[in-house]
Design a protein around this ligand. Sequence first.
Ligand code: PMP
Ligand code: GLN
Length: 384
Amino acid sequence: MISMAHRVRDFGTTIFFEMTELANRHQAVNLGQGFPDFPGPDFIKTAAVDAIQHDLNQYAPGTGQPRLRRAIAQKMEDFYGLSVDPDSELTVTTGATGAIFATILGLVDPGDEVILFEPYYDSYLPATLIAGGIPRFYTLHAPDWSIDEAELNALFSDKTKLILINTPHNPTGKVFSRAELDCIARLCQQHDVIAVTDEVYEHIVFDDVEHWCLATWPGMADRTVTMSSAGKTFGMTGWKVGWAIGRPELVQSIVRVHQFMVYCGATPLQEAVATALQTSPDYYAKLAAMYQSNRDFLGDVLADVGLNPLMPKGTYFMMADISHLDFPDDVAFCRYLTTEIGVTAIPPSAFYHNPADGANIARFAFCKTRAVLEEAARRLTKLK
Ligand code: PMP
Ligand code: GLN
């Protein structure tokens, strides 16, 4: 009798795949899954083609192409003043998703507790459960998604192994403040806990807000794994070139898993990302400005049709409050929006362990061309 392993039986299909399929079936404008619908920069594509033409097509080292590792270390120095040894303190992974999985499997033993902020990025929970970890949830509440130190402290125990932080945060658009990171750093040191920070949206922040890297906090470099990915920064989500940074022992734990999951990522794409990371600082400012303009546009559209936008400080996602509308929950609303209005959003209940906590909100992505956002705006006027 062929049957699925118990460890995966409850997982279902990811909400991103499910909503994109529904959008395609109904020719809806897809503001659900977060992927840019515009081409990535030519100089990066050319670098990938060049690498292929120059026959950089065999296995990369398991920890990544040396040129990419050096470029990532240089970037951490340039942006955050963080000194990273490219040979022992970082590893390239198959997207940030590969980093998340390998980090959790490499560090969490069965029975260890893992603190997750919810709404959480969808792969954190399955990764924790597959490792045999016990999730402890800190629920962020709209509209400001703020953190209370005493409440967070109460989640730590002598079994806590790690806390996972995502800043800028998908799906709320929250950017953790210095004070919040002070608090997390204090608690990690007090309880001897590892911090894993998912910073894939590090360059997509708005207004006067700054992204802070927790590994630069006093005492935190020894106990932090910092993860990021080229997917968001360079608009190539299909390339799946990510990385994890930390002290050698932490990185070794990650590499031991990643080497047997996939061995290595795609060599020519790693070469191209190395080139991408050497781009001028100007690129990052333009990226944030472009997304900020899209954010403002979508915010006006949602407000105009009576969906109350919760303006994000970072990422390319926007939550909207739908509590005043007559729908049983976010899933019903997002299905209606797709099938009847022709615009797709993600139901955030998929990012909470208690789905009721996400029942009054919907997530819209604005990593889309202006023409597509305008088409969504036209369709959304039917909600008025
Ligand atoms: N973390 C967060 C918060 C994300 O939004 C994403 C994008 N889907 C990832 C990780 C995964 O990144 P990648 O596509 O590089 O695996
Ligand atoms: N990060 C993207 C989002 O949040 C999608 C990632 C995925 O499809 N796995 O929408």
